[in-house]
Ligand binder design. Structure first.
Ligand code: TRP
Length: 77
């Protein structure tokens, strides 16, 4: 099988946008912490993201519900 770019960790989050214009930012792993990816979601859209060798953190702006192994998290107003 071909090598998978970015080296997945098997750790995923599922984000459901509860309003238009939600932003998801992927932040780089390692000493340097910077955005390497931005994704825009509209209401009702679902985004499934995996933490990888490249991505150690995610920042989410807007009203969402996040499903992950730690539970279900809703952002506040
Ligand atoms: N580049 C940092 C790292 O890999 C990104 C990061 C992860 C971070 N968790 C954090 C930065 C918590 C500040 C606080 O560790």
């Amino acid at each position: 099988m071909d090598e998978i770019l970015g080296g997945g960790t098997g750790e995923y989050i599922v984000v459901r946008a509860e309003e238009d214009g939600v932003s998801i930012f992927g932040l780089t792993r390692g000493r340097d912490t910077r955005f390497h990816h931005t994704e825009k979601l509209d209401k009702g859209e679902i985004y499934i993201a995996e933490f990888t060798e490249m991505t150690s953190a995610m920042k989410i702006k807007g009203k969402v519900t996040v499903f992950c192994r730690h539970g279900v998290v809703k952002s506040s107003e």
